[in-house]
Each structure stands twice: as structure tokens, then as C-alpha cells.
Design a protein around this ligand. Structure first.
Ligand SMILES: [Zn+2]
Length: 58
């Protein structure tokens, strides 16, 4: 059997340019701006850490 196709990287693995996105803080509900290439950021309202859910989507 030939499995050459498994060696090719899927298109979704290509990194796109980072962009700011809003994540709602789970502690206080404040909208926190998180860059798309950052796994997490700090809430400017309560100081807790918010996860960038868009980054762990896949
Ligand atoms: Zn907060």
C-alpha cells in the first residue's frame, strides 16, 4: 500500500497572520482582546487568565 498522502501537511497547519479577537472572561464577563497567535491573555478587569479558544479549536 502507498501512504504518500499521509506525509503531506494539511492546509490547516499553515499559520496565518495573527489578528486580535475578543474572548469573554469567564470570571467577570469582561471582553478581553487576545491575539490569534497567543494561547492566552490576562483580563484587564479582574487580572485572571483567559484562554484563546480560537487557538485550540483544532
Ligand atoms: Zn476578568
Amino acid at each position: 500500500m502507498k501512504d504518500k498522502r499521509l506525509e503531506e501537511k494539511p492546509a490547516c497547519s499553515v499559520k496565518s497572520a495573527p489578528f486580535p479577537t475578543e474572548v469573554i472572561c469567564t470570571q467577570c464577563g469582561h471582553a478581553v482582546e487576545v491575539w490569534s497567535d497567543e494561547p492566552e491573555s490576562r483580563c484587564s478587569s479582574c487580572g485572571c487568565t483567559v484562554e484563546n479558544r480560537a487557538l485550540v479549536n483544532h
